[in-house]
Write a new protein. Structure first.
Length: 168
């Protein structure tokens, strides 16, 4: 698996969104191989970035109705009670992949809050603030984009909170 400095793919809604917003960013692609498992670890290794700087995007619902995105480090698990609390709800669950695709326009493995068909509120794990930039999905499988957590604050309906627990 090797990363390329720029993505060979056509621009995605996410990269067009960043371009239109004037937000500095960097795009890298890698060989997406979900059958091998540990996709986030694969991605971090392929692009040569530390795993704590690579975040996965979850699409879910608060109290079974309010959609949200959560951005968490690839090595961690989501704490759904913490996500719900951060978003002012009682419980949080993952959205079904078909519904997530229909509402965001992104396929599983490429989901991102950037340029989503429906802009959902976003909760970002507080660990992101320790990084000068984080890598998140860029709207296609095998495509990541690096952005500053500070830039995300002005770009998205963003809440920052401790929303993870160590994987184990």
């Amino acid at each position: 698996m090797t990363a390329t400095p720029t993505a060979p793919q056509a621009p995605t809604a996410a990269t067009r969104f960043l371009e239109a917003s004037g937000i500095p960013h960097e795009v890298r692609s890698y060989a997406y191989a979900p059958e091998k498992g540990h996709i986030g670890e694969q991605a971090a290794t392929a692009i040569g970035e530390p795993r704590e700087a690579v975040f996965k995007t979850l699409a879910g619902k608060i109290d079974r109705k309010r959609p949200f995105f959560a951005l968490i480090p690839v090595d961690d698990r989501a704490d759904f009670k913490a996500i719900a609390a951060a978003m002012g709800g009682k419980n949080a669950k993952m959205m079904q992949p078909g519904e997530a695709h229909e509402r965001t326009g992104y396929v599983q493995g490429g989901t991102t809050p950037l340029g989503s068909q429906e802009p959902f509120p976003v909760v970002l794990d507080e660990s992101a603030l320790k990084q000068p930039r984080i890598w998140i999905n860029a709207g296609a499988q095998g495509l990541l984009v690096a952005v500053s957590p500070e830039d995300l604050k002005g770009l998205l309906d963003l809440t920052i909170a401790p929303i993870t627990q160590p994987a184990g």
